[in-house]
Ligand binder design. Sequence first.
Ligand SMILES: [Zn+2]
Ligand SMILES: [Zn+2]
Length: 221
Amino acid sequence: MPFSLWYLLVAMLLTSIHPSNRIGANRVGDSSRVTDMATVRPFGVIMGTTKRCPTCGETKPVSKFCRHRSRKDGLRGQCRACSTAYYHANHSRYATYRHAHRKEKAVYDEDYQRVHCEKRLAYRVAHRTERTANRHIARARTYGDHHRYDTEAWKAQRAAWGNRCLCCDTTADLTTDHIVPLSLGGTNTLDNLQLLCRACNTRKGQKTTDYRPRRKCDATS
Ligand SMILES: [Zn+2]
Ligand SMILES: [Zn+2]
């Protein structure tokens, strides 16, 4: 093999394992972004608008292909129709195999769960604020509000309040409360958040009680 080919192979390998290629992947059918991103050409991003299926030999729009993140063009080799046909022709064979190996699989699954359980838990604890914020974004959207608060700023605000419930002063079971509830048109922004324990949050319910410490200018008025 000539040297230039080796060089190309090594370059392709290095490009494929670079972490930047794992993000920013496009969805099938989002044609406007497909063409934008096509100029960048990292791995896993859909390139072009049509593709030839080697099984049926037809050239089809990229929406007729399933996504495949680790493939160079971001799509599966076969088109959806050929993949489905393959599935129907072979799924009973796979089912038989799975059934025959179900005991090994159960042992494997148990091991896997045990190893990953702690990891998952640690991740959840470390990203608790972000996870809550994501739920808030989703809930705000259902009320037509598209704000998202900065989680780092929210953590800083909570720390400034001593990480305590603003109502009863406890440090246990704290929750993020929207002062004006999202359901009543409150925004999902930092100035509409206060720190309450679960009990106080439940007691507050749909009311708009502001428990935040009053600022100096408010106190004098
Ligand atoms: Zn096909
Ligand atoms: Zn409380």
